[in-house]
Design a protein around this ligand. Sequence first.
Ligand SMILES: *Cc1c(COP(=O)(O)O)cnc(C)c1O
Length: 352
Amino acid sequence: MSRFWSKVVHGLTPYTPGEQPKLANLIKLNTNECPYPPSEKVLQAISQAVNGALRLYPDPDSAALRQAIADYYGIGRDHVFAGNGSDEILAFAFQALLNHEGPLVYPDITYSFYPVYCQLNGIRAKHLALEDDFSLDLSKVPADAGAVIFPNPNAPTGRTVSLESISTLCQRLPERVIVVDEAYVDFGAETAVPLVKDYPNLLVVQTFSKSRALAGLRVGFAIGQPELLAGLERVKNSFNSYPVDRLASAGAIAAMEDRAGFEHDRQRIIASRTWMTEQLSALGFNVVPSAANFVFARHPEENAEALAQALRERAIIVRHFRLPRIDQHLRITIGTREECEALIQALKEILA
Ligand SMILES: *Cc1c(COP(=O)(O)O)cnc(C)c1O
């Protein structure tokens, strides 16, 4: 606490990012980064952007990057917004589109940044309880919702909702903004991007941090009809007009264009997820069916926090949340196959 802080800052409980320890030889399965490096094409594009033009501000509209994203999805560039990581775009969306009279509805178990943004913006939240199997039933979104946000697949559960249920929700609440946070969509859920043309109230948010191996570059994007994007634009231009720097833009464009590299890594991660799920199940874990680059699992006889600690002593870090309903679960990022094997070997030793 400090007397120099504003009242708002005194009242905040900030998000705790997964740790980024500096130890060598650590197996880091706690923040859902991609285990494989960006492709050579991406690294070259960034290197080539290291030149004298860095003295100039980047394009405030990120036109070339938005065009690359638009080309990937076969939509118009006017339907794409780009930002400094999807967290920034979510922050803009909370201010621009989700702050209304009625409460903002999101799952009781979900990305823990949502409550933080609510607090920062003075938005009233209403939790939608997940079912016992952690599935999300969108037909239970209350009619008094001021707006709705959820990840698909959800985090940290990895469970998906169908496009049909998203479409039904958009129709049922046509005057309410629905944000689908698709940070993990490339690992097994269906993207809601094709629904955007039908629903002016739908905003889809994605990131380069997970499936495109660029968490260090900080690039995210949103897809929606121009009317919604104009709301984001107004907040952006009241905050930081140049959110995507020149190097980030060059790297992200190359990543969008490198479809073969993307597809290769994505398939390797999905295959390792299948392997991890089988191995964890064989060790007695209950594993939630995951469509993401992590699994969410609990062991019926072992304390989750103690397991996380025992793994840490073996230089493997996973994520444990001290939160209601999930404090006996571990969220484990899918690493390289070798990292997954090391995790399973460590668990075998711990459980023996
Ligand atoms: C990782 C993550 C993000 C944020 O991604 P950045 O683009 O790196 O800011 C957003 N939503 C969810 C659900 C995530 O897990």
